[in-house]
Write a protein that binds this ligand. Structure first.
Ligand code: SF4
Length: 422
Protein backbone atom coordinates (compact mmCIF):
# COMPACT_ATOMS: atom_id res chain seq x y z
CA UNK A 1 0.00 0.00 0.00
CA UNK A 2 1.30 3.47 -0.92
CA UNK A 3 1.83 5.71 2.03
CA UNK A 4 2.31 9.51 1.79
CA UNK A 5 5.74 10.74 2.84
CA UNK A 6 6.72 7.22 3.86
CA UNK A 7 4.24 6.73 6.72
CA UNK A 8 3.75 2.99 7.03
CA UNK A 9 1.80 2.77 10.28
CA UNK A 10 -1.13 4.52 11.92
CA UNK A 11 -0.18 7.35 14.24
CA UNK A 12 0.72 6.21 17.74
CA UNK A 13 -0.56 9.26 19.62
CA UNK A 14 -1.56 8.17 23.10
CA UNK A 15 -4.99 8.76 24.56
CA UNK A 16 -6.66 8.08 27.87
CA UNK A 17 -7.58 4.56 26.78
CA UNK A 18 -4.76 3.80 24.35
CA UNK A 19 -1.81 4.51 26.61
CA UNK A 20 1.85 4.74 25.61
CA UNK A 21 4.33 2.42 27.28
CA UNK A 22 7.11 4.74 28.46
CA UNK A 23 10.21 3.80 30.43
CA UNK A 24 8.64 5.09 33.66
CA UNK A 25 5.30 3.33 33.18
CA UNK A 26 2.31 3.93 30.97
CA UNK A 27 1.44 7.44 29.81
CA UNK A 28 -2.14 8.61 29.24
CA UNK A 29 -3.09 11.80 27.41
CA UNK A 30 -6.41 13.44 28.21
CA UNK A 31 -7.76 15.81 25.55
CA UNK A 32 -9.04 19.17 26.81
CA UNK A 33 -10.66 20.93 23.80
CA UNK A 34 -10.02 24.66 23.98
CA UNK A 35 -7.96 24.09 27.16
CA UNK A 36 -10.98 24.70 29.40
CA UNK A 37 -11.36 22.72 32.61
CA UNK A 38 -13.71 23.12 35.53
CA UNK A 39 -12.04 23.02 38.94
CA UNK A 40 -13.86 19.77 39.71
CA UNK A 41 -12.29 18.22 36.61
CA UNK A 42 -8.83 19.42 37.63
CA UNK A 43 -9.43 17.87 41.04
CA UNK A 44 -10.33 14.55 39.39
CA UNK A 45 -7.14 14.66 37.32
CA UNK A 46 -5.11 15.52 40.41
CA UNK A 47 -6.59 12.66 42.40
CA UNK A 48 -6.12 10.26 39.48
CA UNK A 49 -2.41 10.95 39.16
CA UNK A 50 -1.97 10.76 42.94
CA UNK A 51 -3.73 7.38 43.12
CA UNK A 52 -2.73 5.81 39.79
CA UNK A 53 0.22 7.76 38.38
CA UNK A 54 3.37 9.55 39.49
CA UNK A 55 1.58 12.41 41.27
CA UNK A 56 2.11 15.13 38.62
CA UNK A 57 0.22 16.43 35.61
CA UNK A 58 2.04 17.32 32.40
CA UNK A 59 0.74 20.04 30.11
CA UNK A 60 1.28 19.42 26.39
CA UNK A 61 2.02 21.69 23.45
CA UNK A 62 -1.62 21.35 22.40
CA UNK A 63 -3.05 22.34 25.76
CA UNK A 64 -3.85 18.79 26.82
CA UNK A 65 -2.95 16.94 30.05
CA UNK A 66 -0.81 13.83 30.52
CA UNK A 67 -0.50 11.39 33.41
CA UNK A 68 2.70 9.32 33.69
CA UNK A 69 3.79 6.29 35.63
CA UNK A 70 0.53 4.35 35.30
CA UNK A 71 0.60 0.64 36.11
CA UNK A 72 -0.54 -1.77 33.37
CA UNK A 73 -4.33 -1.80 33.31
CA UNK A 74 -4.72 1.38 35.38
CA UNK A 75 -6.19 3.09 32.32
CA UNK A 76 -9.50 1.32 32.99
CA UNK A 77 -9.86 2.95 36.39
CA UNK A 78 -8.65 6.23 34.91
CA UNK A 79 -11.24 6.05 32.12
CA UNK A 80 -14.06 5.48 34.60
CA UNK A 81 -13.00 8.56 36.58
CA UNK A 82 -12.62 10.69 33.44
CA UNK A 83 -16.03 9.65 32.13
CA UNK A 84 -17.64 10.53 35.44
CA UNK A 85 -16.02 13.98 35.31
CA UNK A 86 -17.07 14.69 31.71
CA UNK A 87 -13.49 14.39 30.45
CA UNK A 88 -14.11 11.33 28.29
CA UNK A 89 -17.38 11.99 26.44
CA UNK A 90 -16.53 9.52 23.67
CA UNK A 91 -14.37 6.42 23.86
CA UNK A 92 -14.23 6.17 20.07
CA UNK A 93 -13.23 9.82 19.49
CA UNK A 94 -11.06 10.52 22.51
CA UNK A 95 -7.79 10.86 20.55
CA UNK A 96 -9.22 13.14 17.85
CA UNK A 97 -10.59 15.89 20.13
CA UNK A 98 -7.60 18.09 19.36
CA UNK A 99 -8.84 21.68 19.47
CA UNK A 100 -6.69 24.70 20.39
CA UNK A 101 -8.56 27.97 20.88
CA UNK A 102 -7.62 31.56 21.62
CA UNK A 103 -6.70 31.99 25.27
CA UNK A 104 -9.01 34.33 27.21
CA UNK A 105 -11.43 34.62 24.28
CA UNK A 106 -14.50 36.57 25.36
CA UNK A 107 -12.69 37.79 28.46
CA UNK A 108 -9.97 40.17 27.24
CA UNK A 109 -9.74 42.73 24.47
CA UNK A 110 -8.17 41.78 21.16
CA UNK A 111 -10.61 39.21 19.84
CA UNK A 112 -13.54 39.73 17.48
CA UNK A 113 -15.71 36.88 18.71
CA UNK A 114 -16.13 34.83 21.87
CA UNK A 115 -15.17 31.43 20.45
CA UNK A 116 -15.99 29.34 23.54
CA UNK A 117 -19.46 28.28 22.28
CA UNK A 118 -17.95 27.48 18.89
CA UNK A 119 -15.33 25.21 20.46
CA UNK A 120 -18.05 23.35 22.36
CA UNK A 121 -20.13 22.97 19.19
CA UNK A 122 -17.11 21.72 17.24
CA UNK A 123 -16.21 19.17 19.92
CA UNK A 124 -19.78 17.91 20.25
CA UNK A 125 -20.15 17.63 16.47
CA UNK A 126 -16.84 15.79 16.22
CA UNK A 127 -17.81 13.24 18.86
CA UNK A 128 -21.28 12.74 17.32
CA UNK A 129 -19.92 11.87 13.89
CA UNK A 130 -18.85 8.18 13.74
CA UNK A 131 -16.76 8.61 10.57
CA UNK A 132 -14.55 11.25 12.20
CA UNK A 133 -13.27 8.70 14.72
CA UNK A 134 -10.96 7.68 11.86
CA UNK A 135 -9.05 10.98 11.92
CA UNK A 136 -5.40 10.55 12.90
CA UNK A 137 -4.61 11.39 16.51
CA UNK A 138 -2.36 14.21 15.28
CA UNK A 139 -5.09 15.97 13.30
CA UNK A 140 -5.55 19.44 14.78
CA UNK A 141 -8.27 22.10 14.76
CA UNK A 142 -7.68 25.69 15.86
CA UNK A 143 -10.31 28.31 16.62
CA UNK A 144 -8.85 31.82 16.69
CA UNK A 145 -11.03 34.70 17.84
CA UNK A 146 -9.15 37.12 15.60
CA UNK A 147 -6.37 38.06 17.99
CA UNK A 148 -4.05 35.82 15.97
CA UNK A 149 -2.61 33.83 18.85
CA UNK A 150 -3.30 30.29 17.61
CA UNK A 151 -3.70 30.48 13.82
CA UNK A 152 0.07 30.26 13.53
CA UNK A 153 0.01 26.66 14.75
CA UNK A 154 -0.85 25.73 11.15
CA UNK A 155 -3.68 23.41 12.16
CA UNK A 156 -5.04 20.94 9.64
CA UNK A 157 -8.32 22.87 9.89
CA UNK A 158 -8.28 26.41 11.25
CA UNK A 159 -11.08 28.88 11.87
CA UNK A 160 -10.22 32.53 12.45
CA UNK A 161 -12.58 35.44 13.02
CA UNK A 162 -12.11 38.14 10.38
CA UNK A 163 -12.93 41.88 10.45
CA UNK A 164 -15.97 41.48 8.19
CA UNK A 165 -17.79 39.52 10.88
CA UNK A 166 -17.49 35.86 9.95
CA UNK A 167 -14.71 33.32 10.12
CA UNK A 168 -12.15 32.31 7.54
CA UNK A 169 -11.42 28.63 6.96
CA UNK A 170 -7.75 27.71 6.71
CA UNK A 171 -6.16 24.38 5.84
CA UNK A 172 -2.63 23.83 7.16
CA UNK A 173 -2.40 27.58 7.71
CA UNK A 174 -3.41 28.43 4.12
CA UNK A 175 -6.48 30.58 3.59
CA UNK A 176 -9.01 28.65 1.45
CA UNK A 177 -10.98 31.83 0.73
CA UNK A 178 -14.04 30.25 2.35
CA UNK A 179 -15.87 32.60 4.76
CA UNK A 180 -18.64 31.39 7.05
CA UNK A 181 -20.92 32.97 9.65
CA UNK A 182 -20.30 31.82 13.24
CA UNK A 183 -23.47 29.71 13.18
CA UNK A 184 -22.09 27.58 10.33
CA UNK A 185 -18.41 27.52 11.29
CA UNK A 186 -18.32 24.28 13.32
CA UNK A 187 -20.21 22.41 10.61
CA UNK A 188 -17.86 23.66 7.90
CA UNK A 189 -14.80 22.68 9.97
CA UNK A 190 -16.22 19.17 10.27
CA UNK A 191 -16.89 19.10 6.51
CA UNK A 192 -13.23 19.99 6.01
CA UNK A 193 -12.26 17.04 8.22
CA UNK A 194 -14.45 14.78 6.07
CA UNK A 195 -12.78 16.21 2.95
CA UNK A 196 -9.40 15.32 4.47
CA UNK A 197 -10.55 11.76 5.19
CA UNK A 198 -11.84 11.31 1.64
CA UNK A 199 -8.55 12.50 0.15
CA UNK A 200 -6.62 10.44 2.73
CA UNK A 201 -8.50 7.31 1.61
CA UNK A 202 -7.93 8.06 -2.08
CA UNK A 203 -4.21 8.45 -1.44
CA UNK A 204 -4.02 5.10 0.36
CA UNK A 205 -4.11 6.22 4.00
CA UNK A 206 -1.04 6.68 6.16
CA UNK A 207 -0.89 10.49 6.41
CA UNK A 208 -0.93 11.85 9.93
CA UNK A 209 -1.44 15.49 8.93
CA UNK A 210 -3.01 17.25 5.95
CA UNK A 211 0.38 18.57 4.83
CA UNK A 212 1.52 14.96 4.38
CA UNK A 213 -1.00 14.38 1.60
CA UNK A 214 0.16 14.86 -1.96
CA UNK A 215 -1.02 18.39 -2.94
CA UNK A 216 -3.16 18.18 0.18
CA UNK A 217 -4.23 21.80 0.65
CA UNK A 218 -5.41 22.27 -2.94
CA UNK A 219 -7.16 18.90 -3.16
CA UNK A 220 -8.88 19.09 0.22
CA UNK A 221 -9.95 22.69 -0.49
CA UNK A 222 -11.55 21.52 -3.75
CA UNK A 223 -13.38 18.71 -1.96
CA UNK A 224 -14.55 21.11 0.75
CA UNK A 225 -15.84 23.66 -1.76
CA UNK A 226 -17.72 20.92 -3.62
CA UNK A 227 -19.44 19.91 -0.37
CA UNK A 228 -20.48 23.43 0.68
CA UNK A 229 -23.83 25.08 0.08
CA UNK A 230 -22.90 28.48 -1.44
CA UNK A 231 -25.98 30.02 0.16
CA UNK A 232 -24.42 29.49 3.61
CA UNK A 233 -21.17 31.29 2.77
CA UNK A 234 -20.13 34.91 3.25
CA UNK A 235 -18.33 36.89 0.53
CA UNK A 236 -14.57 36.33 0.51
CA UNK A 237 -12.64 39.20 2.06
CA UNK A 238 -8.99 40.07 2.46
CA UNK A 239 -6.72 37.00 2.61
CA UNK A 240 -5.70 35.91 6.10
CA UNK A 241 -1.97 35.90 6.66
CA UNK A 242 -0.61 33.47 9.21
CA UNK A 243 1.59 34.79 11.96
CA UNK A 244 3.60 32.85 14.51
CA UNK A 245 1.68 31.67 17.58
CA UNK A 246 1.57 34.34 20.29
CA UNK A 247 1.89 33.37 23.93
CA UNK A 248 -0.40 35.26 26.31
CA UNK A 249 1.12 37.76 28.72
CA UNK A 250 2.09 36.25 32.09
CA UNK A 251 0.87 37.77 35.38
CA UNK A 252 -2.28 39.76 36.17
CA UNK A 253 -4.39 40.41 33.08
CA UNK A 254 -7.40 42.76 33.13
CA UNK A 255 -10.63 41.40 31.69
CA UNK A 256 -13.16 43.53 29.83
CA UNK A 257 -15.70 42.96 32.63
CA UNK A 258 -13.38 44.51 35.24
CA UNK A 259 -12.30 41.21 36.73
CA UNK A 260 -8.80 39.77 36.58
CA UNK A 261 -7.24 36.67 35.07
CA UNK A 262 -4.03 35.23 36.48
CA UNK A 263 -1.73 33.74 33.85
CA UNK A 264 1.07 31.62 35.31
CA UNK A 265 3.97 29.76 33.79
CA UNK A 266 4.20 26.13 34.87
CA UNK A 267 7.92 25.26 35.09
CA UNK A 268 8.63 22.72 32.36
CA UNK A 269 4.90 22.17 32.01
CA UNK A 270 4.60 19.86 35.00
CA UNK A 271 2.09 20.60 37.76
CA UNK A 272 2.76 19.16 41.19
CA UNK A 273 -0.03 17.91 43.43
CA UNK A 274 0.30 21.03 45.60
CA UNK A 275 0.02 23.30 42.56
CA UNK A 276 -3.09 21.46 41.36
CA UNK A 277 -4.67 21.95 44.78
CA UNK A 278 -3.73 25.66 44.83
CA UNK A 279 -5.22 26.20 41.35
CA UNK A 280 -8.39 24.45 42.36
CA UNK A 281 -8.70 26.62 45.46
CA UNK A 282 -7.96 29.83 43.54
CA UNK A 283 -10.54 29.14 40.85
CA UNK A 284 -13.23 28.75 43.53
CA UNK A 285 -12.95 32.53 43.99
CA UNK A 286 -13.70 33.02 40.29
CA UNK A 287 -16.04 31.12 37.97
CA UNK A 288 -14.52 27.73 38.77
CA UNK A 289 -12.84 27.58 35.37
CA UNK A 290 -9.15 26.95 34.75
CA UNK A 291 -7.55 27.23 31.30
CA UNK A 292 -4.55 25.34 30.02
CA UNK A 293 -2.64 26.89 27.14
CA UNK A 294 -0.32 25.37 24.51
CA UNK A 295 2.50 27.45 26.03
CA UNK A 296 2.41 25.44 29.28
CA UNK A 297 0.76 28.25 31.16
CA UNK A 298 -2.37 28.02 33.27
CA UNK A 299 -5.02 30.70 33.58
CA UNK A 300 -7.31 31.35 36.52
CA UNK A 301 -9.90 33.80 35.14
CA UNK A 302 -12.80 35.78 36.56
CA UNK A 303 -11.25 36.86 39.88
CA UNK A 304 -12.07 40.05 41.76
CA UNK A 305 -9.12 42.42 42.09
CA UNK A 306 -8.63 41.73 45.82
CA UNK A 307 -8.93 37.99 45.46
CA UNK A 308 -6.50 38.05 42.54
CA UNK A 309 -3.75 39.49 44.74
CA UNK A 310 -4.28 36.92 47.47
CA UNK A 311 -4.46 34.02 45.06
CA UNK A 312 -1.45 35.16 43.08
CA UNK A 313 0.64 35.08 46.25
CA UNK A 314 -0.60 31.58 47.10
CA UNK A 315 0.05 30.24 43.60
CA UNK A 316 3.55 31.67 43.31
CA UNK A 317 4.36 30.31 46.78
CA UNK A 318 3.79 26.86 45.26
CA UNK A 319 6.30 27.53 42.48
CA UNK A 320 4.09 28.79 39.66
CA UNK A 321 5.65 31.78 37.93
CA UNK A 322 3.94 35.14 37.43
CA UNK A 323 6.87 37.34 36.32
CA UNK A 324 6.87 37.93 32.58
CA UNK A 325 10.67 37.91 32.41
CA UNK A 326 11.46 35.06 34.81
CA UNK A 327 13.98 32.58 33.50
CA UNK A 328 11.34 29.87 33.39
CA UNK A 329 9.12 31.72 30.89
CA UNK A 330 9.19 30.07 27.50
CA UNK A 331 11.19 27.02 28.66
CA UNK A 332 9.96 23.59 27.59
CA UNK A 333 11.47 20.13 27.46
CA UNK A 334 10.79 16.59 26.35
CA UNK A 335 10.42 13.72 28.84
CA UNK A 336 14.12 12.85 28.94
CA UNK A 337 15.43 10.34 31.50
CA UNK A 338 13.96 8.42 33.25
CA UNK A 339 10.67 8.64 31.34
CA UNK A 340 12.11 7.96 27.90
CA UNK A 341 14.41 5.05 27.12
CA UNK A 342 15.99 6.94 24.21
CA UNK A 343 17.09 9.89 26.32
CA UNK A 344 20.78 10.64 26.76
CA UNK A 345 20.21 12.87 29.81
CA UNK A 346 17.75 13.86 32.50
CA UNK A 347 16.95 17.06 30.64
CA UNK A 348 14.18 18.20 32.98
CA UNK A 349 16.38 18.08 36.07
CA UNK A 350 19.21 19.83 34.20
CA UNK A 351 16.81 22.45 32.84
CA UNK A 352 15.60 23.01 36.39
CA UNK A 353 19.14 23.64 37.60
CA UNK A 354 19.75 26.14 34.80
CA UNK A 355 16.50 28.08 34.65
CA UNK A 356 15.44 28.18 38.30
CA UNK A 357 18.60 30.15 39.00
CA UNK A 358 18.52 32.21 35.80
CA UNK A 359 18.17 35.96 35.63
CA UNK A 360 15.39 37.81 33.78
CA UNK A 361 15.82 35.84 30.57
CA UNK A 362 12.14 35.13 29.99
CA UNK A 363 11.84 38.17 27.76
CA UNK A 364 14.23 36.50 25.34
CA UNK A 365 13.70 33.63 22.94
CA UNK A 366 11.96 30.44 24.07
CA UNK A 367 14.13 27.43 24.92
CA UNK A 368 13.42 23.75 24.26
CA UNK A 369 15.45 20.96 25.89
CA UNK A 370 15.54 17.53 24.20
CA UNK A 371 17.11 14.25 25.23
CA UNK A 372 17.92 13.02 21.73
CA UNK A 373 17.75 13.94 18.07
CA UNK A 374 14.08 13.01 17.73
CA UNK A 375 13.40 16.44 19.23
CA UNK A 376 9.94 15.62 20.63
CA UNK A 377 7.71 18.59 21.39
CA UNK A 378 9.80 21.01 19.35
CA UNK A 379 8.04 24.42 19.25
CA UNK A 380 6.93 25.77 15.90
CA UNK A 381 8.31 29.24 16.54
CA UNK A 382 11.92 30.44 16.66
CA UNK A 383 13.63 29.04 19.72
CA UNK A 384 16.92 28.03 21.31
CA UNK A 385 17.44 24.26 21.23
CA UNK A 386 19.36 22.45 23.97
CA UNK A 387 20.13 18.94 22.73
CA UNK A 388 21.63 16.17 24.88
CA UNK A 389 24.49 14.35 23.19
CA UNK A 390 27.00 11.74 24.32
CA UNK A 391 29.43 14.58 24.96
CA UNK A 392 27.24 17.05 26.80
CA UNK A 393 24.64 19.55 25.69
CA UNK A 394 24.65 21.27 22.32
CA UNK A 395 22.98 24.69 22.22
CA UNK A 396 21.68 25.81 18.82
CA UNK A 397 19.78 28.74 17.36
CA UNK A 398 18.39 28.85 13.82
CA UNK A 399 19.95 25.44 13.15
CA UNK A 400 23.47 26.70 13.94
CA UNK A 401 25.26 25.01 16.78
CA UNK A 402 26.95 27.16 19.41
CA UNK A 403 29.44 24.39 20.14
CA UNK A 404 29.18 21.19 22.10
CA UNK A 405 29.48 21.86 25.80
CA UNK A 406 30.62 19.71 28.64
CA UNK A 407 29.39 21.37 31.81
CA UNK A 408 26.03 22.67 32.89
CA UNK A 409 27.53 26.09 33.72
CA UNK A 410 28.86 26.39 30.17
CA UNK A 411 25.51 25.26 28.83
CA UNK A 412 23.70 27.85 30.96
CA UNK A 413 25.92 30.64 29.68
CA UNK A 414 25.39 29.60 26.06
CA UNK A 415 21.61 29.45 26.56
CA UNK A 416 21.55 32.93 28.12
CA UNK A 417 23.51 34.38 25.19
CA UNK A 418 21.36 32.61 22.62
CA UNK A 419 18.12 33.83 24.25
CA UNK A 420 19.39 37.38 23.90
CA UNK A 421 20.24 36.62 20.30
CA UNK A 422 23.91 37.40 20.93
S1 SF4 B 1 13.33 13.81 22.17
FE1 SF4 B 1 14.26 11.76 22.44
S2 SF4 B 1 14.64 11.65 24.65
FE2 SF4 B 1 13.12 13.26 24.34
S3 SF4 B 1 11.13 12.25 24.57
FE3 SF4 B 1 11.64 12.29 22.38
S4 SF4 B 1 12.61 10.29 22.01
FE4 SF4 B 1 12.66 10.64 24.23
Amino acid sequence: MWSPRGRSAPDACPGALRVHAAADGNLARVRVPGGRLHRRQLAVLGAATADLGDGGLELTSRGNVQLRGLAPGAERELAARLWEAGLLPSETHERVRNVIASTLSGRTAGGRLDVRPLVDELDEGLCADPALADLPGRFLFTVDDGRGDVTGFGADVGLVAVPTGGLAVLLSGTDTGVRVPPSAAAGVALLAAHAFLAEYADQGGGAWRLTELDDGVRRVTARLRAALDPATLLPPGEPVSTTTPTRPAVGRVSQVDGRVALVLTVPLGRLTGAQVAALETASADGSGEINITPWRTVVVPDLGTGEAGRRLAALTAEGLVAEATAGWVGVTGCAGRPGCAKALADVRTDAGRVHAAAGPEGSGLPVHWVGCERRCGRPTDRHVEVLATDEGYQVSLDGRSRSRLMTLDETAAAIAAARRGT
